[in-house]
Ligand binder design. Structure first.
Ligand code: IPD
Ligand code: CA
Ligand code: CA
Length: 272
């Protein structure tokens, strides 16, 4: 059985309430890398989501951040980030969410992102628009880089790689009203969808970070590609540029002038 948008909304709200209930308690933090954390809430939210999906929508393939690849039919593919913004959560900063994307035969069809601290539910179904708590949302009308507010993020291997995001950050911070770093890629994309930010870029992400957010931004009228302009923003090497159309080319041009990220990424990962 295929899920509906309402099914994803229910799952995201219930997983979000697990995060909200645990927010004010002391957290148990484990380290997946030097600065890559996981808390008890990531695991509790993911266990809930996987249990529900297996019971109600069996047979699909699930890509979940903490459990990896759960084999199933690729015709139905779930992208699960049970807690996007883990470092914020671990530090009791109330900026995080649950992100659930669903693809059918390789095409993203449903995306839901729930911010439990603000009770904001972002949702989109392919071809049917994007919504925040049931009301349609739209990207901003901005056409000038100088008047734009952007958002980005930094990869967890920032300490150890020259392929970080700092030179792009500096370049765009000097051409715009500013560049924010909220710490939740999924919410970054939703805030572009809602017209709060004018653009979002980041690289070295994982599919569960951007599947739902990418669809929500697209459905709200954003142009969403990889940083090097590919429309399939879930294909490797994974990066995202989600922007209101009025400044998309200008942001891309700045990123291009900052260096060929895709090429550098391929050579550090050994690809051609
Ligand atoms: C992270 C957040 C962050 C982004 C990182 C992601 P997590 O996800 O989305 O904003 O900069 O690249 O990995 O680890 O909190 O689920
Ligand atoms: Ca994430
Ligand atoms: Ca996560």
């Amino acid at each position: 059985m295929k899920p509906t948008l309402t099914d994803l909304e229910r799952l995201a709200r219930e997983a979000g309430s697990i995060l909200r209930n645990g927010y004010n308690t002391p957290h148990t933090v484990h380290f997946k890398g030097t600065i890559d954390l996981v808390t008890e809430a990531d695991h509790a939210s993911e266990a809930f989501l996987l249990g529900e999906i297996r019971a109600k929508f069996p047979g699909g393939h699930i890509l979940a951040e903490e459990s990896g690849n759960i084999q199933g039919s690729n015709a139905d593919l779930w992208h699960i980030d049970p807690l996007d913004g883990t470092v914020n959560y671990a530090h009791h900063i109330p900026i995080f969410c649950v992100s659930i994307g669903f693809s059918t035969n390789g095409l993203l069809t449903l995306g839901v992102i729930y911010d439990p601290m603000r009770d904001e539910l972002f949702a989109a179904e392919k071809g049917k628009g994007a919504f925040l708590n049931g009301k349609p949302i739209r990207v901003s009308e901005t056409t000038e880089l100088e008047k734009s507010l952007l958002v980005t993020g930094f990869p967890y291997d920032t300490w150890d790689t020259e392929l970080d995001n700092f030179k792009y950050f500096e370049r765009l911070a000097k051409k715009t009203q500013g560049v924010r770093r909220l710490g939740s890629a999924a919410l970054d994309a939703c805030y572009v969808a809602a017209g709060r930010f004018d653009g979002f870029w980041e690289f070295k992400l994982k599919p569960w970070d951007v599947a739902a957010g990418g669809l929500i931004a697209l459905e709200a009228g954003a142009k969403v590609t990889t940083i090097d302009g590919r429309e399939d923003f879930l294909s490797a090497p994974l990066s995202i540029l989600a922007s209101t159309p009025g400044i998309y080319e200008a942001v891309r041009e700045q990123l291009r002038q900052g260096g060929d990220w895709a090429q550098a990424s391929r050579s550090t990962s050994g690809e051609k």
